[in-house]
Design a protein around this ligand. Structure first.
Ligand code: NAD
Ligand code: ZN
Length: 342
């Protein structure tokens, strides 16, 4: 079968052939329809330090996908051939304390589809059946293909009560933009989003941000005055992984504010701890999606009218994957979809 794989230890990604994956006793085989390119795939493409230390050369990459069930392991119940599914890309161990307590997103032995085990940029993907999520009809293939990053946004945004709250999001990448949409849908008041990329800020506005801020040109104090916010933000969602953005956020938070951290800083990150201590801030780290609470919430948000379509700025047939990666790397995109059936 056709796959996109990291064939050489250098910048790039290559179309290649691989054997169709085995379907174990508890697995399902998914025939892939559409995939989306994640920031992680771009890291692997660029072959940065993290990828070099994490991803074996030869790995089939990709973990954002939608497809249909094409084969079912003997031990699997609850799925039928032809079911339309997406799937959780974190494969958990099932035997650690958190897994056994039903907190699978906190599993300490997580393996990543398309990172530590063969991924979804392939005609077929085999995963444990209990990592698959059956999709309701209202969720289109394009939406389902981005459920993985949408889940990061939903998990982060719904960590704290947003109703009537003032929310600051730092980083208008795809995940920050989707978090703005979730905050709007959930009933937040001001949803201020920062970035240094005007293309993305414009898209974030379409997605539901009430005020966009290019942090190279404007500062948050002025924006807070403009909006009549004398005290500060109630909820902060850090989605850039950039130290200056996080430090600006800490300064802009109200006392007792709540901050969820999704963005991954490239290394150590210094902050002004006095902001945390004297304001009594609550800080929560976020990894992945809750299995499967986040997935049910995502489906329900779409069924209740949340619209993510402005996010999909490019759709290409799989053979044009190089162009897809080039667009993603330019920063001038929302999500880029690669169609395996086109
Ligand atoms: P992305 O890289 O597309 O978005 C980050 C955005 O931050 C970019 O648009 C960039 O222009 C912006 N930015 C840069 N400097 C800034 C500044 N000074 N102020 C404000 N914004 C600034 O990434 P994404 O795919 O949207 O993901 C968001 C973050 O979440 C990334 O750091 C990613 O690595 C991380 N992530 C974490 C998890 C997790 O489980 N914790 C999962 C997926 C992604
Ligand atoms: Zn575990």
């Amino acid at each position: 079968m056709k796959v996109l794989a990291k064939l050489k230890p250098e910048q790039g990604i290559w179309m290649s052939e691989a054997d169709k994956p085995e379907v174990g006793y508890n697995d399902i085989l998914i025939k892939i329809k559409k995939t989306a390119i994640c920031g992680t795939d771009v890291h692997i493409y660029n072959w940065d330090e993290w990828s070099q230390n994490t991803v074996p050369v030869g790995m089939t990459v990709g973990h954002e996908y939608v497809g249909v069930v094409a084969a079912i392991g003997e031990g699997v119940r609850g799925f039928e051939i032809g079911d339309r599914v997406s799937g959780e890309g974190h494969i958990t161990c099932g035997h650690c304390r958190n897994c056994r307590a039903g907190r699978r997103h906190l599993c300490r032995n997580t393996m990543g589809v398309g990172v530590n085990r063969p991924g979804a940029f392939a005609e077929f993907l085999s995963i444990p059946a209990d990592n698959a999520f059956k999709l309701p009809d209202e969720v289109t293939d394009d939406m389902a293909a981005i459920f993985d990053p949408f889940g990061n946004a939903v998990h982060t945004a719904l960590s704290f009560d947003l109703v009537g709250e003032d929310v600051l999001i730092t980083g208008a990448g795809p995940i920050g933009m989707m978090a703005a949409a979730v905050a709007k849908h959930a009933g937040a008041r001001h949803i201020v989003i920062t970035d240094i990329n005007d293309y993305r800020l414009k898209l974030a506005k379409e997605m539901g941000a009430t005020r966009t801020v290019n942090s190279k040109q404007e500062n948050l104090n002025d924006i807070m005055n403009e909006l009549g916010m004398s005290e500060g933000f109630d909820v902060g969602l850090e989605m850039s992984g950039v130290a200056v953005a996080f430090n600006d956020m800490l300064k802009a938070m109200n006392h007792g504010g709540k901050v969820a951290l999704l963005g991954i800083p490239p290394g150590d990150m210094a902050i002004d701890w006095n902001q945390v201590i004297f304001k009594g801030l609550v800080i929560k780290g976020i990894y992945g999606r809750e299995m499967f609470e986040t997935w049910y919430k995502m489906a329900a948000l779409i069924q209740s009218g949340l619209d993510l379509t402005p996010m999909i700025t490019h759709s290409l047939p799989i053979d044009e994957f190089q162009q897809g990666f080039d667009i993603m790397r330019s920063g001038k995109s929302g999500k880029v979809i690669l169609d395996w059936e086109a």
